[in-house]
Design a protein around this ligand. Structure first.
Ligand code: DGJ
Length: 744
C-alpha cells in the first residue's frame, strides 16, 4: 500500500510518501534540491496523513549551534553538500580526484504490489508490497542516479542506489552505500563476529558517538557481521525493540552504524569498493547491492520477517529438505568405492535421502595440496568413474551430491600450470597461500566457460542432483592479472552469472553454499543456493550458538546441521547421540559420521531420530523458530511452531550445570494464545525416559528428574505456556530433550 502526503517546507515544497506492507511503514520525503530521505521506518503507523506530517515535523528541524544554517537532512546517500560530516554515502572521482556531489531529486514514482517494476522470476525476482523510485541528478558532476526503496509483504525494508555516468570522462565510484535511520532509543549496537568453527556470534555493546564499522574484506570472511543494527538495552529473543540490516552481497561489504552528537543513529550498508575497482565510461551504471532491514520486538520477531522474506525467493526450495549424509568427516580424502558404497548402504538404512561425496574425487587431489581446479574424475581412485557409486546411491533411493570448489585451485594442478594468468593476484608474484590454494579469477576470459563446461559435463554424465559448492580461502590481493586492478566486484558478478547459468541448464540441481563451513552466508548467494553449511564445527555446544546467530537471517530449512561422530573432530568433546540429534532436528538435517563405526544400537537410535525429523521438518521448515527465555544460558529452549499454530516442537538443551535450580520453569512461546495444548515428551529413542541405564555415549542418563506431568503430559493454553510456563525436567549437562505441543 502506498499513500502520499504533501506539505510545504519553509522554503521549498516537501513531498512525502508512506509505504506500508507486512506491518511495516516507511516514510520517505523529498525536497527538490536534496537527495530523498527516509524519515521513518518501523511499525506501521496507520494511514492518517496527520501521522506522516508529525513524523516529518520531528525530523531534525532545529539547527544545532556550530552547524550549517539550515536543518541537516540525512539523505539515503548522505552527502557533505547537505551538511553531513559523518561517513559519506556517496564518493565519486574523475581523473583520480574526488568530485563534489550535490544530488537533486527530479522525479519520484511509487506504487504497490500490482504495479511493481521488479520481476517475480529470475534470481533477483522479488515480491513487493510497496515501492518508490526517486531519480536524482547532479548536472555539474554529470551524474544521474536512482534510489530504489521497497517494503516487502513480509515487512522487510530494502534500499539500493544506482549511479550513471553522463559525462565523457570516466567516473570512479569509490562509495555508493545507502543509509537507513535507526531510532535513537536503540542504544545498543548489535552485530556479529566469528572465526572458522565459531561463526556468527551475536554481540551487543553501547552505541557511543562514533562509527562502528564492520566491513567484510576477502569476499568471504568467517568474521563477517552477517547482520548489523541496534537494539534497546536488554533486548533479547522475545522482548525489546531491535532493528538490523543485511547487505545482500557475496563480495566485499561495507557497513556501519554511526551515532552523531546531533541525534542521528544511522545504519549504512553496501559494497566495499577499492580505488579504481569501478570506473564507469559514459552511459555506464553501477548499482549498489540491496541493504535489507528488519525490525521487531525481540530478535525472534525481527528474524521472522527475514525468514518469510527469504522463503519468497525464486531459489527457495519447495520440496521437503532431504536428510543428507555428507561423507567428509567419515572418510576425508580416503575415498574408495567399497568404503563409500558401504557407507551409502548404511545411510539409506537409517533413512538418509541424499548422499554427498565430498572433496578428493578429482585430479591428483589425494590431500589438500594438489589437484584443486582439475575437475576430471580421478582414475586412480575411481577407475570406473563416479557413475557406479551414483547409480548405487540412486538405486538405494537417495539423491547423489558432489563436492566442488570451483573458484579455487592448487598451484600443483594442471589448471595452474596451463593458465597461470587465470590466478588472481599481482602480475609478478602469487598472494600468500591459504589451505595451499589460490583463487581463480572468474573475470579472466575463458574461466567461467571452463567451469560451466566441466561442471555441466559431470552433472549430466554422473547424474548429480546436488552440488556442495565450497570456497576455502579468503581473497587476498584479489587483482586481475590480465586487465589489472582490483577485481572482487567483477569476481562476485561472475560467480552469480556462473551459478545462474548452471541453474538455467539444470533447473532441478540444488546447490549448497559452503565456505570452509559458514564463511559465505548472505542473501546474494541464497538467491542461488538452497542450503548453507553452517560451520565446520559440528559440536552441538558450539553449533547451538552458530545456529542461533545464523537464524537471525535464514530460516531453519536453509541451515545445514549434521549429526556428528560421538567425539567432535573439531573440539574433541564427546557427546551422546540424543544430544547430537536434537541439536540438528529443526534445521536441514544431515549426518556426518562414519556409520560403519557406529554400533547397531546407535544406528537404530539414529534411524528413530531421522524418522522423527521427517515429521518435525514439516513444522520447522515452514513455521517459525522461537526461543524460550531462561534465567541463564545453561538451558536453551528453541522451538519450532507450525504456521497454523496446531503443533510445535521444543528442544530443551542443557549446555552445563547452573548455580540456580537445575530445572526451572520452561516458557514455551509462539503458540496460539487462545488454543489449549497438550505438552508431552514424545517417545523417540530415549527421549521420554528418566534415569535409565547409560545412553550410548556411556555418560549416564539424559534426565536426572522429571516433573509430575512427564509420563502423561500436561494441558495448558498457549498464553499460559508463553507467560507462565510449565515445570521442566532436570536435564543433565550436555543433554537435551524434545517436547511436543499439540493443539487440542
Ligand atoms: C571445508 C568444508 O566446510 C568441509 O565440509 C569439507 O567440504 C572440506 N572443506 C573439504 O575440503
Amino acid at each position: 500500500m502506498i499513500s502520499r502526503s504533501r506539505r510545504l517546507d519553509v522554503s521549498t515544497r516537501t513531498q512525502a510518501w508512506h509505504l506500508r506492507a507486512g506491518g511495516t511503514s516507511l516514510i520517505v520525503d523529498t525536497i527538490g534540491q536534496f537527495c530523498p530521505r527516509v524519515s521513518y521506518w518501523g511499525p506501521e503507523v496507520g494511514d492518517d496523513p496527520a501521522v506522516v506530517e508529525a513524523v516529518l515535523e520531528s525530523q531534525g528541524l532545529s539547527v544545532p549551534s556550530g552547524t550549517c544554517d539550515i536543518p541537516l537532512r540525512v539523505g539515503v546517500l548522505p552527502e557533505e553538500s547537505a551538511g553531513w560530516l559523518g561517513e559519506p554515502g556517496i564518493m565519486l572521482t574523475r581523473g583520480g580526484r574526488l568530485i563534489p556531489v550535490k544530488l537533486h531529486t527530479t522525479r519520484v514514482e511509487s506504487g504497490g504490489a500490482d504495479d511493481s517494476p521488479w520481476p517475480l522470476d529470475g534470481p533477483e525476482g522479488q515480491q513487493v508490497g510497496a515501492w518508490l523510485w526517486a531519480d536524482v541528478t547532479d548536472a555539474t558532476a554529470k551524474i544521474e542516479g536512482r534510489i530504489e526503496i521497497q517494503v516487502t509483504p513480509s515487512g522487510i525494508v530494502r534500499q539500493r542506489a544506482h549511479i550513471r555516468n553522463s559525462g565523457d570522462e570516466p567516473l570512479g565510484v569509490a562509495r555508493l552505500v545507502p543509509t537507513l535511520p535507526l531510532p535513537t532509543t536503540l542504544t545498543q549496537i548489535v552485530d556479529q563476529a566469528g572465526r572458522h568453527l565459531r561463526e556468527r556470534q551475536t554481540q551487543m555493546h553501547e552505541a557511543t558517538i562514533g562509527v562502528h564499522h564492520r566491513p567484510t574484506r576477502g569476499a568471504r570472511n568467517h568474521n563477517a557481521s552477517t547482520i548489523l543494527g541496534a537494539a534497546v538495552a536488554g533486548a533479547n529473543a522475545r522482548q525489546g525493540r531491535v532493528a538490523y540490516g543485511h547487505v545482500e552481497w557475496s563480495g566485499n561489504v561495507d557497513q556501519w552504524v554511526e551515532r552523531t552528537p546531533f541525534g542521528h543513529l544511522v545504519l549504512a550498508g553496501g559494497e566495499l569498493l577499492m580505488p579504481g575497482e569501478i570506473e564507469l565510461a559514459r552511459g555506464e551504471t553501477y548499482s549498489s547491492p540491496w541493504l535489507s532491514a528488519t525490525w521487531g520486538d525481540g530478535f525472534d520477531a525481527a528474524s521472522a520477517k527475514f525468514h518469510s522474506y527469504v522463503r519468497g525467493f525464486t531459489a527457495h526450495p519447495s520440496r521437503p529438505r532431504p536428510v543428507t549424509l555428507n561423507a567428509w568427516e567419515a572418510v576425508y580424502f580416503a575415498q574408495t568405492f567399497e568404503g563409500l558404497s558401504e557407507l551409502a548402504r548404511l545411510a539409506a538404512e537409517v533413512g538418509v535421502e541424499r548422499f554427498v561425496l565430498d572433496d578428493g574425487w578429482f585430479g591428483s587431489r589425494r590431500d589438500d595440496r594438489s589437484g584443486l581446479g582439475d575437475w576430471q574424475v580421478s582414475e586412480d581412485v575411481w577407475p570406473d568413474g563416479l557413475q557406479p557409486l551414483a547409480r548405487m546411491v540412486h538405486d538405494l533411493g537417495m539423491e547423489f551430491g558432489l563436492w566442488f570448489e570451483p573458484e579455487m585451485l592448487n598451484m600443483d594442478s594442471e589448471i595452474a600450470r596451463a593458465h597461470p594468468e587465470w590466478i588472481m593476484g599481482p602480475r609478478d608474484r602469487e598472494p600468500l597461500e591459504s589451505r595451499h590454494q589460490q583463487v581463480l579469477n572468474l573475470t579472466a576470459p575463458g574461466v567461467v566457460d571452463y567451469l560451466e563446461d566441466a561442471i555441466s559435463r559431470l552433472v549430466s554424465e554422473v547424474g548429480i542432483d546436488y552440488i556442495k559448492w565450497d570456497y576455502n580461502r579468503d581473497l587476498l590481493e584479489a587483482y586481475d592479472r590480465i586487465g589489472g586492478g582490483y577485481a572482487v566486484h567483477g569476481q562476485t558478478v561472475a560467480l552469480y552469472a556462473l551459478l545462474d547459468r548452471l541453474h538455467e541448464r539444470f533447473p532441478d540441481l540444488e546447490i549448497e553454499s559452503c565456505a570452509g563451513g559458514g564463511g559465505r552466508v548472505d542473501l546474494g548467494i541464497m538467491r542461488r543456493a538452497q542450503r548453507i553449511w553452517g560451520s565446520d564445527c559440528i559440536d552441538p555446544l558450539e553449533r547451538q550458538i552458530i545456529q542461533a546467530g545464523t537464524s537471525l537471517l535464514l530460516p531453519a530449512e536453509l541451515i545445514g546441521s549434521h549429526i556428528a561422530s560421538p567425539t567432535s573432530h573439531t573440539t574433541g568433546r564427546t557427546q551422546n547421540l540424543q544430544f547430537r540429534c536434537l541439536n540438528a532436528q529443526f534445521y536441514h538435517l544431515g549426518i556426518e559420521w562414519d556409520l560403519r563405526r557406529a554400533s547397531e544400537v546407535e544406528r537404530a537410535e539414529l534411524a528413530a531420530w531421522v524418522a522423527a525429523h521427517k515429521n518435525i521438518r514439516d513444522v520447522s521448515h515452514t513455521g517459525s523458530l522461537v526461543t524460550g527465555l531462561q534465567p541463564d544460558d545453561a538451558t536453551r529452549v528453541v522451538g519450532a511452531v507450525a504456521e497454523d499454530g496446531a503443533q510445535a516442537y521444543y528442544v530443551v538443551i542443557q549446555t552445563r550445570t547452573s548455580a540456580s535450580r537445575p530445572a526451572g520453569i520452561l516458557t514455551l512461546p509462539g503458540l496460539d494464545p487462545d488454543g489449549m495444548y497438550r505438552i508431552e515428551a514424545p517417545i523417540i529413542a530415549n527421549n521420554a525416559v528418566v534415569g535409565l541405564p547409560p545412553d550410548h555415549g556411556g555418560h549416564g542418563s539424559t534426565l536426572a528428574g522429571a516433573p509430575a506431568w512427564w509420563a502423561s503430559g500436561v494441558i495448558a493454553s498457549g498464553a499460559f505456556l508463553a507467560e507462565v510456563g510449565v515445570a521442566g525436567p532436570i536435564v543433565n549437562p550436555e543433554r537435551a530433550v524434545l517436547l511436543r505441543a499439540t493443539r487440542l
